[in-house]
Design a protein around this ligand. Structure first.
Ligand code: XUL
Ligand code: CO
Length: 440
């Protein structure tokens, strides 16, 4: 029998329903259950984040690693990478998740030279391809880590030194190649250290132009090699730098429009990044969605009492329901999915904690899906909202929407029509209705 890294879970985690008291079972996530016109697994397209779940040892800025993972005990860095890959595919299968995501340096170690790093990556990618083939598990997205190494301390594409930009571009080429080779459905650009701390040493315009050039190079390369995956940008407002260029959905969309990149990118929205930006998760999803640019989601949550990116597993039903409302309204995530960019607390030291964490996140989104579908089927908020804007369907409102109204017309119209009547927004009533649905 081949080596097992998760002996505490013998077989695949099962759906056992709401009455089950088995903590290693799903109470809501029932992969094959139809919700509307798709199964739960088609709607949710869960993915596991390699960096948190397999690469991390639980270290934080004050403390050393706390997790001792059996797959980290192998001899050389490459031996460790192979064992980690075996452990990862065992975990995906036992959890019943069809997708995973990685950074180049999570899945394969950096070598002494760039050439060696590329070689390591190619070797591990070949093994990952075998695992994918034998299990049917797929790559949701790949990305390049352009933020951990000291060479990137001042940014990658936005570095003041062109030599660093060139290094980052070479690394992105290799990461896109790896993603392409594995049939990745998307490729993500998270800004890493693309931002600044002080304008005393920063040329803002220059850095943003460099960044846009860098992304155009990636678009050109994608076309050149025929990579058909979707390019995604993941907004984040701060951390690591004080001001990140991809602060939030609106800022990122404006950047894409300004630099003629709009046709080539969608957004990957992360819940904890939304709250760091002073927005709700739902707001960020909705802003991306109405622009036709909601491509994928990093499913996690922050701690509202803390001002940083805690990357906790999503458990808040209010948030998952409101998120699924946006996702269902746009007809799903297409080639995107729900990637658990989340980590257990560093005190949750056992490998079984990885199962508890993911089961909780999957159930929270499955329940959010069921509630959101019911809300949409009943049309309750939609009816209220469309009634609220009904004055734009005729008369003056219609003229406004058709571009036929003017300030002069308004002046004449108001002189004869006077003061508008006032109407309640009924926020509390609507919140009560939402809470009723949460009982599902
Ligand atoms: C960082 C973050 C990244 C990206 C991928 O906050 O979310 O892990 O998701 O680089
Ligand atoms: Co993320």
């Amino acid at each position: 029998m081949s080596k097992t890294y998760f002996p505490e879970v013998g077989d695949r985690i099962k759906y056992e329903g709401r009455d089950s008291d088995n903590l290693l079972a799903f109470r809501y996530y029932d992969a094959e259950r139809k919700v509307g016109d798709k199964t739960m697994s088609e709607h949710l397209r869960f993915a596991i984040a390699y960096w948190h779940t397999f690469a991390s040892g639980g270290q934080d800025i004050f403390g050393l690693p706390t997790f001792s993972r059996p797959w980290h005990s192998a001899g050389t860095a490459m031996d460790g990478a192979k064992e980690t890959l075996d452990a990862a595919f065992e975990f995906f299968q036992k959890l019943g998740v069809n997708y995973y995501c990685f950074h180049d340096r999570d899945i394969a170690p950096a070598g002494a030279t760039f050439a060696e790093s590329c070689e390591n990556l190619e070797k591990i990618v070949a093994m990952a391809k075998e695992h994918q083939k034998s299990t049917g598990i797929r790559l949701l997205w790949g990305t390049a880590n352009l933020f951990s190494h000291p060479r990137y301390a001042l940014g990658a594409a936005t570095n003041p030194d062109a030599h660093v930009l060139a290094y980052a571009a070479a690394q992105v080429k290799a990461a896109i190649d790896a993603t392409h080779e594995l049939g990745g459905e998307n490729y993500v650009f998270w800004g890493g250290r693309e931002g600044y701390d002080t304008l005393l040493n920063t040329d803002l315009k220059q850095e943003q132009e460099q960044f846009a050039r860098f992304l155009h190079m990636a678009v050109d390369y994608k076309k050149q090699i025929g990579f058909s995956g979707q390019f995604l940008i993941e907004p984040k407002p701060k951390e690591p730098t004080t001001h990140q260029y991809d602060t939030d959905s609106a800022t990122t969309l404006a950047f894409l429009r300004e630099y003629d990149l709009m046709d080539h990118f969608k957004l990957n929205i992360e819940a904890n990044h939304a709250t760091l930006a002073g927005h709700t998760f739902q707001h960020e999803l909705a802003v991306a969605s109405i622009a036709g640019k909601l491509g994928s989601v990093d499913a996690n949550r922050g701690d509202l009492l803390l001002g940083w990116d805690t990357d906790q597993f999503p458990t808040n039903l209010y948030s998952t329901t409101l998120a699924m409302l946006v996702i269902l309204r746009q007809g799903g995530l297409g080639s995107g999915g729900l990637n658990f960019d989340a980590k257990p607390r560093r005190t949750s030291i056992d490998t079984v904690d990885l199962f508890h964490a993911h089961i909780g996140g999957m159930d929270a989104f499955a329940r959010g899906l069921l509630i959101a579908q019911q809300i949409l089927d009943d049309g309750v908020f939609d009816e209220f909202i469309s009634e609220r804007y009904s004055s734009y369907a005729f008369g003056v409102g219609k003229e406004v929407m058709e571009g036929k109204f003017s300030l002069e017309k308004a002046s004449a119209w108001i002189l004869s029509n006077g003061e508008p009547s006032r109407r309640s927004g009924r926020q509390e009533m609507l919140e009560n209705i939402l809470n009723r649905y949460l009982e599902i």
